[in-house]
Design a protein around this ligand. Structure first.
Ligand SMILES: O=C(O)CCC(=O)C(=O)O
Length: 289
């Protein structure tokens, strides 16, 4: 009963604010296994590539890291999502985002890639993230920052450019307004082992890492209610997930088996669309009409 209430409360927070935190959902063994994978990935990455993504930190996709299957398929997290009412969840990819000591701020951005799909204008998020931080986070070492509500309402940031372009990743212009503070933003400090569940449509960023240690998050992208997305959207998720993880061994794929998209239609994959159209409204406080 208490669990049901907690799950309901989390779902309500996800719907209204765009995120919720589930505490203590990854144990030390799982965290240590994931940390070992991060160390390997960081040792293998080309330093020139890291220079190109100064603002976010490393952006290493799960393609070559089947060791991440345990975290992606973490049964406790999947049970918690199911309890919240998030069904038919399919996986796209995970990303290792490690901010080195002294790493700068991450710019504000949202990551929804399917703004042509009616689901992007509904209560049912077309795309969610699970962010597992591998160190306890604070403002000092680069915790997550969020703009609650921006998953359902327009914000001036929507007109300031797309996420992850070369220029913004390299911080060509440190005065870009996407590096500023905004009214209503909240810090989300967490402990290693917690997970932040968030709506990909919501604006998010991270503080600079002023500590002497790296700060790493594994972001996992999921698509709930997969079969209810437009067919070109399903086709795109299916196509990318399978292409990106084509080299994963069968035993790693087995660990995420229920999450593997299985679109059987013949429709062409969508084109990515990172920009909402007029269906995304300003909040009432800004646009009473
Ligand atoms: O580095 C962080 O704390 C946030 C990561 C992020 O913005 C993302 O994965 O989209």
């Amino acid at each position: 009963m208490a669990t049901d209430l907690a799950a309901k409360e989390r779902m309500a927070r996800l719907m209204e604010h765009g995120f919720c935190v589930i505490e203590d959902i990854a144990d030390e063994r799982l965290l240590n296994r994931t940390r070992a994978c991060v160390d390997k990935a960081l040792a293998e990455v080309d330093p020139e590539r890291l220079e190109k993504t100064k603002s976010p930190g490393s952006l290493i996709d799960s393609n070559d890291y089947p060791e991440l299957a345990d975290l992606i398929g973490n049964p406790r997290a999947l049970a918690a999502l199911d309890g919240m009412g998030l069904k038919d969840i399919k996986f796209w990819k995970a990303v290792i985002i490690s901010k080195p000591p002294g790493g700068p701020r991450l710019y504000w951005h949202q990551d929804c890639l399917m703004w042509q799909d009616p689901r992007a204008y509904s209560d049912r998020p077309p795309m969610i993230f699970l962010m597992y931080y591998l160190e306890d986070t604070t403002r000092w070492n680069g915790c997550l920052r969020l703009l609650p509500g921006t998953h359902r309402y327009r914000h001036i940031l929507h007109d300031m450019g797309e996420a992850h372009t070369r220029e913004i990743n390299r911080i060509d212009d440190p005065d870009d307004p996407r590096f500023r503070d905004y009214p209503g933003e909240v810090d989300v400090p967490v402990r290693a082992g917690d997970v932040v569940v968030g709506d990909a449509r919501m604006f998010h960023s991270a503080h600079a890492n002023r500590s002497g240690e790296k700060r790493t998050v594994i972001t996992i992208w999921f698509h709930p209610f997969f079969s209810d997305l437009l067919e070109p959207t399903q086709s795109w998720i299916h196509d990318l997930m399978h292409r990106q993880h084509a080299n994963w061994p069968l035993e790693a794929l087995a660990k995420i088996e229920p999450l593997i998209p299985d679109y059987r239609g013949a429709v062409e994959p969508m084109n990515r669309n990172r920009t909402p159209d007029r269906r995304l409204r300003w909040p009432r406080s800004v646009d009473p009409g």
